[in-house]
Design a protein. Structure first.
Length: 314
């Protein structure tokens, strides 16, 4: 990876792509930000608008537009393209066919033109598209990741932090599985500095932690935002920025992201949300937790749901 000029390409400049670009700019995560979109007026407008914002930032950041195929020098390619907005009653899985068709066109073209960076998938259904990008690209599995359940994990920590009056950074709780309906919190490994979450909650509130209700609340948060404003953008933009920062810095920090499994948790050939350590090469290692029996069953069910939808790919 070129550490002298860190380059991020954002493919798709709708709400998520544009917000991600702004987050990357404001956090000074890269030296060059490359925008790609079929809508030439929109992408050029975003580039000029972002260049104005970049003028207020310390240092120099180059904002440019390209075609996706002009990618040989790109370190991280963030895929935010979407096949269309969800309709009432639909889930993320309903976006599969339309989004997959776009990805099936973009990724082979990029590979034919020399891309050898890291793909970061931030479109839905995230896990299935992550698997599709991996198979289309032919890249090692460490170079293809999805935002997965890291945003869901952040929502869980934020919700607990509000109830406990403790900073979210001090809460070690996370989601595993699909970025979708089969995700679940791993309560057996959730704590505040080693003290189980349920115990901390009971001491603070005088009540028992309703794990199922809290899990459902967290799972529904994205849909509630979508129902109110027609999209989600800032949270996922922050997720993209954090993952890119940890890759570029080689932080070796573990995040709950979508990774291709090769035997971990007894699962093969599926992309799913698991804790993984990030380095400049992408995924440095996948952390295998000793899950409770019910959690392992839920994890494998989630993997089966993802696998059954991978079979639907066009």
């Amino acid at each position: 990876m070129n550490t002298k000029a860190r380059k991020v390409m954002i493919i798709g400049t709708g709400n998520v792509g544009a917000s991600a670009a702004y987050a990357l700019l404001n956090q000074n995560i890269c030296e060059e930000l490359i925008l790609v979109d079929l809508n030439r007026d929109r992408v050029e407008g975003h580039a000029q608008d972002l260049a104005d914002a970049a003028a207020y930032m310390p240092g120099m950041m180059t904002i440019s537009t390209r075609e996706a195929r002009d990618c040989a020098d790109v370190d991280i390619a963030v895929i935010t393209v979407s096949g269309g907005a969800l309709q009432p009653g639909q889930t993320r899985l309903d976006e599969l066919t339309s989004t997959a068709k776009i990805v099936k066109h973009i990724v082979p073209e990029m590979m034919a033109n020399g891309f050898n960076g890291i793909f970061l998938v931030a479109t839905n259904p995230c896990d299935i598209i992550t698997w599709q990008v991996w198979t289309l690209s032919g890249l090692p599995r460490n170079q293809v990741i999805g935002t997965g359940v890291w945003l869901d994990t952040t929502r869980l920590r934020r919700t607990l932090a509000q109830a406990l009056d403790i900073g979210a950074q001090s809460i070690d709780a996370f989601i595993l599985g699909e970025h979708g309906d089969t995700q679940f919190p791993v309560w057996s490994h959730s704590s505040v500095y080693g003290s189980p979450i349920a115990d901390v909650y009971r001491r603070k509130t005088g009540e028992m932690l309703d794990c199922d209700t809290l899990a459902e609340k967290v799972r529904r948060q994205g849909f509630e935002i979508y129902a109110r404003k027609g999209c989600t953008e800032y949270g996922i933009a922050g997720t993209i920025a954090e993952i890119c920062r940890n890759i570029f810095t080689g932080s070796h920090r573990a995040l709950a992201i979508s990774c291709i499994l090769d035997g971990e948790y007894g699962v093969n050939n599926v992309a799913i949300g698991v804790p993984a350590v990030l380095a400049q090469s992408g995924v440095q290692q996948i952390i295998e937790l000793q899950l409770a029996d019910d959690e392992l069953a839920r994890f494998r069910h989630s993997a089966q749901v993802i696998a059954s939808n991978i079979a639907r790919l066009p």
